[in-house]
Design a protein around this ligand. Structure first.
Ligand code: UGA
Length: 432
């Protein structure tokens, strides 16, 4: 099938590349010509394990193309996926400017009837708006059908999630376009849930908001466990064994970050406000997370009240492992607060250090290894549970650090093990 994908952020690019992998002819379109040039050479603009190889393979097979021209990008394709960003605007709502631009450009360049499939996360009712906008700007009398097909990919495991996700949601306005879009996914062997447009749009927000709720819930309970001498890890395990609750997304830590949960929970709150619907749970999920993102600073200040000229080694900067994404990473707030309190920060991240420079200009000295980051520090802080950090030999914390004090925002290590190596270890929701 002939498919266009607009926007080559991680959703658009991963979708396009994976659809070409199963045999579709895919043209990915992005207005950034420089990005397009390097993607043509098989170089992915985002860090996503396995993506470059899959890109190169399908470019060589002649079924994956990149362009910055809408005319070339849409050509005579039957389907166009919209996967442009819908960032958070100042009032918390989703900013639809890129989506609106894409709709106008589609209308101006389409040369046949098309099925427009929205993958971007968009407020309820947006697909109807997409249809109206495209229809208004059409040059000739073509038929436009809209389909909502939200994505559930996690950064860092986006390829795996595309092929092995739990479900494919297809919201549509008519049987015909539903069946055509089902055809695209025929080889995926994943359950398909067909709904109306608005419910599909809502499923995406509801899913992300529910996962965010699990995280804020467990973090709140973790803070309570600390005060009561219980261990949140045991509590999560015990809760997760109940299949109605499920074991996933119950890891306490420094709060959720990234490009999705913070933006989507705020957008859902704003959607609720716009129709005068009280969103008390979502609101407290957001509040709890904002507090949780800086909880490690409170802990540090409790044990090291004066941070002036203290040397701090920060391990991990990305909002989670296996990504270079620094958007809304809890490390940004923590490092800013440490620096504002007079500390000198030295930081390490295996992949995200370069992006971190943009978010933390001048605030930190970046190091190339864990050893170097810990050497001669007054204490260390773990912000991301990268594999190399979790596998760092415990005895080395004591050897490298000036004072063997470790604040762990991701509960990377076993409490008893840490004690054996004489490290003063402060983690989240567990006894110190
Ligand atoms: C999330 C969803 O998991 C995807 O299903 C969704 O498609 C995507 O958003 C999106 O809307 O595009 P992602 O942001 O890549 O994916 O990251 P997650 O793996 O979900 O993690 C989000 C944050 O929650 C991270 O900061 C992570 O450290 C934190 N987290 C996760 C916890 O603090 N505890 C947990 O138990 C799980």
């Amino acid at each position: 099938m002939k498919i266009s994908v607009i926007g080559t952020g991680y959703v658009g690019l991963v979708t396009g590349v994976c659809l070409s992998e199963i045999g579709h002819e895919v043209t990915c379109l992005d207005i950034d010509e420089k990005k397009v040039q390097s993607m043509r050479d098989g170089i992915s603009p985002i860090y996503e394990p396995g993506l470059d190889e899959m890109m190169k393979r399908n470019i060589d097979r002649n079924r994956l193309f990149f362009t910055s021209s809408y005319e070339e990008g849409l050509a005579d394709n039957e389907f166009v996926f919209i996967a442009v960003g819908t960032p958070q605007s100042k009032n918390g709502s989703a900013d639809l400017q890129y989506l609106n631009n894409a709709c106008k450009s589609i209308a101006e360049s389409m040369r046949r009837d098309m099925i427009v499939i929205t993958k971007s996360t968009v407020p309820v009712g947006t697909n109807e708006h997409v249809k109206r906008t495209i229809t208004q700007h059409l040059q000739e009398d073509y038929k436009v059908s809209v389909v909502s097909n939200p994505e559930f990919l996690r950064e860092g495991s986006a390829i795996h999630d595309t092929f092995h996700g739990d479900r494919i949601v297809i919201g549509s306005e008519d049987e015909e376009s539903l069946n055509r879009v089902k055809q695209i996914y025929a080889d995926f062997e994943l359950p398909i849930l067909a709904t109306d447009l608005r419910s599909a749009e809502m499923i995406k927000y509801a899913s992300n908001a529910f996962l965010a709720t699990k995280i804020s819930f467990i973090n709140e309970l973790g803070n309570l466990c600390e005060r009561l001498g219980a261990n949140i890890e045991n509590v999560s395990k015990g809760m997760g064994m109940d299949q109605r609750i499920g074991e996933k997304f119950l890891n306490a830590g420094v709060g959720y970050g990234g490009s999705c949960f913070p933006k989507d929970t705020n957008a859902l709150l704003s959607i609720g406000n716009s129709v005068d619907c009280d969103m008390a749970i979502i609101k407290s999920v957001i509040d709890t997370n904002e507090k949780q993102q800086r909880i490690i600073v409170d802990k540090i200040k409790e044990f090291v009240p004066d941070l002036t000229n203290k040397k701090v080694g920060v391990l991990g900067l990305a909002f989670k492992p296996n990504t270079d994404d620094m958007r809304d990473a809890p490390s940004i707030k923590v490092i800013r607060e440490l620096v504002d309190s007079g500390a000198e920060v030295y930081a390490y991240d295996p992949i995200a250090a370069e992006n971190a420079r943009v978010y933390l200009p001048g605030a930190t000295v970046y190091k190339d290894s864990i050893d170097e980051t810990l050497e001669d520090m007054d204490f260390a802080v773990i912000m991301t549970d990268w594999k190399d950090i979790k596998e760092y030999p415990l005895e080395k914390f004591n050897e490298q650090l000036k004072n063997p004090v470790l604040f762990d925002g991701r509960n990377c290590f076993n409490l008893q093990e840490m004690q054996k190596y004489g490290v003063q270890y402060h983690s989240i929701g567990r006894p110190s």
